[in-house]
Design a protein around this ligand. Sequence first.
Ligand SMILES: *Cc1c(COP(=O)(O)O)cnc(C)c1O
Length: 193
Amino acid sequence: MTKTFPADRIREALAAGHRVFGENRVQEAKAKWPALRLEFPDIELHLIGPLQSNKAAEAVALFDVIETVDRPKIAAALADEMARSGRRPRLLVQVNTGAEAQKAGVLPEDADAFIRDCRDRFGLAIDGLMCIPPADDPPAPHFALLSKLAARNALSVLSMGMSGDFDIAAGLGATHVRVGSALFGARPRDAVA
Ligand SMILES: *Cc1c(COP(=O)(O)O)cnc(C)c1O
């Protein structure tokens, strides 16, 4: 995760061979990544932050993977934009495993129906699931729940785990861990997804 880090810092990771990155804001990604992509065309950029439907066109244009599909309005906006542009970013559904009021994501009990809706109603291929467990909870039960929901829906991609718990997530089946501060140091300013 390179949110809040300037292009110069990101370029160091690119020079070291890293190619998969995440950002949590469309505007910030738009300011940093088009130029980096010209230098490194094989980058894979993930949107891992709240998405508003009025940003769907920009998100589809910028990102290779959108990890935060979580409601019909966004699914519909992405489907429209993907049809219009011909671009097909891969999509993950965000699950609010801790049912936190302030956090985005579909509730666990609604996940199966929402994934089905994405496929059948909006014609979207969903590749996997993403979660951000509550800060104060042990993360393992949340990762286990996400893993179970993915298996039940035949989804192969599991985005879970951050600097503090990526090892636990990897042990529970994560295919993508999202490491920010452990690689880049403390963020210049606080930016919570
Ligand atoms: C910032 C962020 C991360 C990385 O957090 P660290 O604790 O710095 O590794 C992971 N996931 C999401 C959604 C984020 O916004």
